[in-house]
Design a protein around this ligand. Sequence first.
Ligand code: IDP
Ligand code: MG
Length: 139
Amino acid sequence: MATNRTFTMLKPDAIENNYTGKIIDMIIGAGFKIKAMKYTQLTEAQAKEFYAVHSERPFYGELVEYMCSGPIVAAILEKDNAVEDFRTLIGATDPAEAAAGTIRAAYAESKGRNACHGSDSDENAEIEGMFHFAANEIF
Ligand code: IDP
Ligand code: MG
């Protein structure tokens, strides 16, 4: 994946609360192009692997349980400066600290159930995109 791409998941709370369309609209409105997208549900093993970097954190068990509790939308997005610009668009991890106009300020329930994932580096965007999509599913 090129460095102008990032990876996102609309998390189970966002889907459950029917914010899927609104969030995708914000993403497209901010100038991101969709290069891959799927509606799916993570298995416990997939959630554990995806968030393995947090395995020593106290919230890891809760995070894994939540992330496989319902469907998600996974997507690869393209835009200049994608990783940084998408992190700006989603806002701080805790919606109470997220700037006005961000996805998490508008749609997240809490620091754990926070509506949307965004990769934190070009390297992780590539790894996370490949984790969810086969080469022929990416455009
Ligand atoms: P990020 O998603 O903003 O990059 P990270 O620190 O990488 O935030 O944490 C990954 C995910 O773990 C968060 O998006 C959130 O769903 C969950 N998480 C982070 N901190 C907490 C916490 O203190 N309590 C519960 N869940 C948390
Ligand atoms: Mg993170």
